[in-house]
Design a protein around this ligand. Structure first.
Ligand SMILES: C[S@@+](CC[C@H](N)C(=O)[O-])C[C@H]1O[C@@H](n2cnc3c(N)ncnc32)[C@H](O)[C@@H]1O
Length: 512
């Protein structure tokens, strides 16, 4: 039976390949196959100055270690990874895919650090490239059944970000018996062999288990959110959401003078718009933390406009809070923990909260089958068909796994209270907003979308956009809406000696 190791031609087991991808993602070294939202990427000419030379030097090292790809094709491979890494960094730092010199320098540094850390050195980078690009190639062949040789070689349908490596890679796949090229009817067609299909299954497993598919969804979500007016979109999809949030906030005791942490603050809906900052008053302080630079920029804009001085913004993640133990009186997370590793996030929230202080989180429903909205059941039929065709579940889980929020609270906090009966509305009455949130953002349907090659994925999204605008005219308002039950948890932080040891306090925080 064919095995992916023939493809990468390196002594790497499946477990090692998974670890290699985890390491690369951890260091932000990526090959982005979603590419972007819908706005043009912008790479300044200045950013590219000297890049070719820097890449050539790295290619020399790669070749010295024996590359599977021909020398002329190693350069595009290194270039793809460096540029994807630079674009990802730009998105993270500035909230937009606008690359300048510093992003490219940063990307080169990251690539070098990754290569330096790996037992296989440059071969690790090549392995990363081959796993991800072969996955896209084989996935497209499985999706279309067969592809015209020209289409495959141009990569327009499935790898528009690649430039010029296809012929060598195809020859490589053919030599290994994973792909065949046969003359059929109108011309040469490229197809997967049985061996190729077995390798595709393995590649899918590697990307799933390494978290690469989850990473794609997250990177895509931030790109799309960066291109939207997030507050306006959220207000359309969740009617009455601010009122529901006010109800929840009224159950959280925040007093003047308190130090409060909001985890996953987004655009500052809670901290600024709904008045958390006001509640702590001039003598108190709210620290608003989020990983997404774009959303924090919005928050800072609001903070400035309102002349608020008691809010500090920190770019960071719930799982590694960059604060010492026992810092806050209250720590709160509003519809953000479902994006985190909840166990780590709650442990961290408990750690940074003073003994006896309140830790609380409000989360979206553990179950969100969007077909409960009658209009969406009709609208999303193309997605249902894809799920049926591949025998996959219809949607990804968006909320936390059932029971996990309460369990994490009980493990890390005392006097825990849990409530799973807080209703919230989800509406498709504004189809563009709905689609941006649940589909373009890759949040709910990544398991399906990752099997649709690049060009068809965007075509599908645009077809659904047109269908949505039609359907909303032919359905009644009550058919565009459903109620879901959200969940909230409350607990008290334990005494300092009962808190878990943390290595995170020394972490560098970006405070603005
Ligand atoms: C639905 S928004 C909620 C924002 C805000 N709390 C509100 O209620 O409007 C979810 C937020 O969680 C953030 N988030 C995603 N991953 C996170 C992580 N690992 N740690 C903390 N926040 C995260 C997102 O960037 C986003 O701002």
């Amino acid at each position: 039976m064919a095995d992916f190791t023939v493809l990468v031609d390196a002594a790497v087991t499946e477990e090692e390949a998974i670890q290699l991808i985890r390491d690369s993602l951890g260091m932000g070294v990526v090959l982005d196959t979603w590419m972007n939202g819908e706005q043009e990427e912008d790479i300044s000419p200045d950013a590219l100055e000297g890049l070719a030379e820097a890449e050539r030097a790295r290619v020399e090292s790669a070749l010295a270690m024996g590359a599977v790809l021909a020398p002329s094709n190693v350069l595009p491979a290194v270039h793809e990874i460096v540029m994807a890494t630079a674009l990802y960094r730009a998105q993270q730092r500035k909230g937009r895919r606008v690359v300048d010199r510093a992003d490219v320098a940063d990307a080169l540094e990251r690539v070098d650090a990754f290569v330096g850390q790996q037992r296989l050195g440059w071969i690790a980078l090549r392995t990363l490239y081959l796993i991800i690009s072969a996955h896209e190639d084989f996935n497209a062949l499985a999706y279309y059944g067969s592809m015209r040789l020209d289409d495959f070689l141009m990569g327009n349908l499935h790898r528009p970000w690649s430039d010029g490596v296809f012929r060598t890679q195809l020859a490589h796949y053919q030599r290994l018996g994973l792909v065949s090229v046969d003359f059929r009817g109108q011309g040469d067609m490229v197809m997967l062999t049985d061996g190729g299909r077995a390798v595709l299954d393995q590649l899918r497993r590697i990307l799933e288990r390494s978290g690469e598919l989850a990473w794609r969804a997250e990177a895509q979500r931030w790109t799309v959110f960066g291109e939207l007016n997030y507050d306006a979109v959220a207000a359309k999809i969740f009617p009455g959401f601010n009122d529901r949030t006010r109800d929840y906030l009224s159950s959280v005791e925040v007093q003047p003078g308190m130090q409060v942490l909001e985890v996953g603050c987004g655009t500052g809906r809670v901290t600024i718009d709904l008045g958390l900052a006001q509640q702590v008053g001039d003598t108190g302080r709210v620290v608003a933390l989020d990983p997404a630079r774009t959303l924090l920029d919005h928050l800072e804009g609001k903070r400035e406009a309102a002349g608020i001085t008691n809010v500090q913004v920190v770019q960071g993640r719930a799982e590694q809070l960059p604060f010492p133990d026992d810092t806050f009186d209250v720590t709160i997370a509003v519809v953000s923990l479902h994006f985190t590793d909840v166990e780590q996030a709650v442990a961290e929230m408990a750690r940074v909260t003073k003994p006896g202080g309140l830790v609380t989180a409000w989360c979206p429903p553990p179950e969100t089958d969007v077909r409960r909205i009658p209009m969406v059941a009709l609208w999303f039929r193309p997605l249902v068909e894809l799920a049926d065709r591949w025998g996959l579940p219809f949607g990804d889980r968006n909320g936390l796994p059932p029971g996990s929020l309460e369990a994490a609270f009980r493990r890390h906090l005392s006097s825990v209270r849990y409530d799973s009966s807080i209703p919230t509305y989800v509406s498709a009455a504004d189809p563009d907003s709905f689609l941006a949130f649940v589909l373009k953002g890759g949040a709910f349907f990544q398991n399906l979308l990752c099997r649709v090659p690049y060009a068809d994925r965007w075509q599908l999204i645009h077809r659904l956009e047109t269908m949505g605008r039609e359907l909303v005219r032919y359905t009644d308002p009550h058919e565009q809406l459903a109620t879901y039950q959200t969940e909230a948890a409350y607990g008290r932080a334990p005494a300092a000696r009962n808190k878990r040891e943390s290595e995170n306090t020394s972490q560098e925080a970006i405070v603005t």
